[in-house]
Ligand binder design. Structure first.
Ligand code: ZN
Length: 246
């Protein structure tokens, strides 16, 4: 089966902000880039596998210096898989300014990737990596991005036992000038996700399931995501399931 790559890509902009989702597919990778049009400063929401190739398609390596912060929604591989590569590329191109990485508290996968990178490269890393563990209501501001984290409910299903395991998972609201961008991360329907998207200029909403399943609720369905989107001024649906070759 062939796939049109544009199914996994989205874009939105207003006068102040450009939002690029160069790629998002459930179980493969999700990468979201927010760019302040006035300053060129960039922020990332999740860094899935392929993030470097996606960023290089913008036609410049300016992102090496301009990205700050990176906010991680949760530790599943399709949301953090590109972090090691991105740090390596920044090291290779001699980034100097500190990089802030926002992660859900106790998100062992993201913490592990950062620790592993520091352990391997130590003093040869030319920039400071500052990780910040975020909880419900945590804020983090740079001069260009004001970030607030809100807890959502995202489970992993332990296949052998059918036990639901709650992952440390956050969604984010990001203020850039007068523009508010909301990102749900992965979540099932919960009060947190409504708070995240409400009144946002753009809500980026995961819409993994084609239909609302009757069993364990790990993700939003397209219908649920569309209803949530109506709480915001604009919305885009991401993180759909790609059709796998059978
Ligand atoms: Zn997930």
């Amino acid at each position: 089966m062939s796939h049109n790559i544009s199914n996994f890509k989205s874009q939105w902009e207003n006068d102040e902000v450009r939002v690029n989702v160069p790629f998002s597919a459930a179980g493969v990778g999700t990468t979201i880039v927010l760019t302040s049009k006035f300053t060129g400063k960039m922020m990332m929401l999740d860094v899935g596998d392929g993030v470097l190739r996606d960023l290089l398609l913008f036609g410049s390596t300016d992102f090496v210096d301009e990205i700050d912060p990176i906010a991680i929604s949760h530790g599943h591989f399709d949301h953090v898989g590109g972090l090691h590569s991105l740090l390596g590329f920044m090291q290779m191109l001699d980034r100097k300014n500190p990089l802030n990485i926002l992660i859900p508290t106790d998100c062992k996968q993201a913490i592990g990737i950062i620790k592993n990178f520091r352990d391997n490269y130590g003093d040869s890393i030319p920039f400071k990596i500052c990780n910040h563990e975020m909880v419900e209501g945590s804020g983090f501001d740079t001069d260009f991005f004001k970030v607030q984290s809100i807890e959502v409910e995202h489970y992993s299903l332990e296949k052998h036992s059918e036990v639901e395991i709650l992952e440390p998972s956050l969604g984010y609201r990001v203020q850039i000038g007068q523009t508010l961008i909301a990102y749900t991360g992965d979540t099932r329907l919960c009060s947190g996700v409504e708070t995240i998207v409400r009144d946002a200029d753009l809500a980026i909403i995961e819409a993994t399931r084609r239909e609302t399943p009757s069993g364990p609720r790990v993700h939003l369905s397209i219908n649920e995501a569309e209803d949530l989107g109506k709480l915001a001024k604009n919305y885009m649906l991401i993180h759909k399931i790609p059709e796998m070759p059978s």
